[in-house]
Design a protein around this ligand. Structure first.
Ligand code: IMP
Length: 449
């Protein structure tokens, strides 16, 4: 009944391809956390759509939901919807009334705080979309929810409470002269009310908001198939990730329950599929034990993988840092999420190398450990214990995708089988090229239940 797709590493594992492939069997595709920090590209009938907020299933004629665990920037939402409509699509997207709205001051404060942190080791390298500050206000009980925007009186009251506080933070803590800056409207109650009241009117008129848990519960009662689409990845989860270099939500599978109002037993009775990239890539800062940056040869290898794998941020365009696959990270993800299966992407990117390695374990204080330490400082002290694999050659991957698993070069299959064994979950799919059709699908999780 439900399939939950989760990033196993640092985000950008290529979840979108699997959401596309398996989402075809779903009636409803639900995002449960994050906001417009999540870039995904959807190709439909030869046209490419770059989305950061709208669930990709909405491009494919599914009902797309932004759950209560999401933070929603209405400007991004309406821009994406308008663009899709201009291209002739008719996306059906519903927003949880319990989801929190990103306001312009959240973006401004995200930018200022990253700037302040840039002199220290603390900068998370955020996408500057205001994600962290919005979740801060949610936890601080001063956030503005989508449901609040439906009632002008409530919206006004909330803004009048919170905006002076935000202005004070910008002015008194960060020394921004708000009225002389480009951001005066972002801290002005009247301007914000006008804009957000208009968004609220559009939400009402287009019947776009739902009581998410009830809405999904109804679909479950009707026997519909639900796909929960995690954004980002386990190692940048606010609780289970490499704090403070994390996003501010829970990409892990538990977030699918809390972030939608569907019970954990429902998620747990379904499939939880971890998406793994065959190597690591990382936007943002912080340690990375298996990073390929030790010497010129490693840096050349990183450049090769970056170019071949197109490892540049979808939202920000930033070049990503590259490392070998990190097994302690994957074991941690398998436990935190309870994977019932995995998909391994981008094995084609590693083809043609002289040697393929993985970080099998870490050495920390002279001892070998197999999972990640709980603090990022200790993680930074870990030295990878590398394991070498026979390399595999470049082949006609499109043909491999057509022929199936046995057509994958033997050395690559050994690599895949090692990963599957270590995380204790079968491999449902293997990505062998950038296109959606370049995927070897071994099982459909909707059929496994
Ligand atoms: P934020 O989510 O914009 O607050 O950024 C916090 C951290 O999460 C930064 O290190 C970002 O680079 C990272 N991050 C956020 N969204 C993504 C994503 O979709 N893929 C990979 N990293 C992400």
């Amino acid at each position: 009944m439900t399939v939950t797709i989760v990033g196993s590493q640092l985000g950008d594992e290529g979840k979108g391809a699997l959401v596309d492939i398996w989402g075809g069997d779903a009636d409803v595709v639900v995002r449960y956390q994050g906001g417009d920090n999540a870039g995904h590209t959807v190709v439909q009938d030869g046209t490419e759509y770059k989305l950061s907020l709208v669930p990709s299933g909405a491009v494919r004629g599914k009902v797309g939901i932004l759950g209560n665990g999401c933070v929603v920037n209405p400007e991004t939402l309406f821009d994406e919807l308008d663009t899709l409509r201009e291209k002739g699509l008719d996306p059906d997207v519903r927003i949880a009334r319990r989801a929190h709205a990103i306001l312009p001051y959240h973006r401004v404060l995200d930018g200022i705080e990253e700037e302040v942190k840039s002199d220290s080791d603390l900068a998370a390298g955020t996408t500057k979309r205001g994600i962290g500050p919005t979740y801060e206000d949610k936890a601080g009980r001063r956030g503005i929810r989508i449901g609040d925007m439906l009632d002008p009186e409530v919206l006004r009251e909330r803004l009048e409470y919170v905006v002076p506080q935000k202005r004070a933070v910008a002015e008194e803590i960060y020394g921004l002269d708000v009225d002389e800056s480009d951001h005066a409207d972002a801290f002005d109650v009247d301007a914000l009310f006008e804009t957000y009241n208009e968004y609220g009117r559009r939400f009402r008129e287009e019947s776009m908001t739902v009581n998410c848990g009830d809405f999904l519960g109804q679909h479950i009662d009707d026997g519909d198939e639900l796909l929960f689409e995690g954004a980002q990845g386990t190692s940048i989860d606010i609780d289970h990730g490499i704090y403070p270099y994390v996003t501010s939500s829970n990409p892990t599978a538990g977030g699918a329950a809390v972030g939608t109002g569907v019970g954990p037993t429902v998620i747990g009775q379904g499939e939880v599929v971890g998406i793994v990239k065959a190597y690591l890539s990382r936007v943002g800062t912080g340690p990375l034990p298996t990073e390929l940056d030790g010497d010129d040869t490693e840096e050349e290898l990183a450049d090769f993988i970056r170019e071949k794998g197109g490892e540049f941020g979808t939202v920000t365009g930033r070049p990503r840092r590259i490392g070998w696959l990190d097994m302690p990270m994957l074991r941690h993800a398998a436990r935190a999420n309870g994977f019932t299966g995995i998909a391994v992407n981008h094995i084609d990117v590693l083809a043609g190398l002289d040697e393929v390695k993985v970080g099998h374990a870490y050495e920390l204080d002279g001892e070998e450990i197999e999972t990640m330490p709980a603090t990022t400082e200790r993680w930074g002290e870990c030295e990878p214990v590398l394991k070498s694999f026979e390399p595999w050659d470049e082949v006609d991957w499109a043909a491999v995708a057509e022929e199936g698993y046995e057509a994958i070069p033997e050395a690559a299959r050994e690599y895949l089988e090692y990963v599957s064994e270590e995380v204790g979950a079968p491999i449902y799919a293997i990505g062998v090229g950038p296109g959606r059709e370049e995927t070897v699908v071994r099982a459909n999780p909707f059929d496994s239940q």
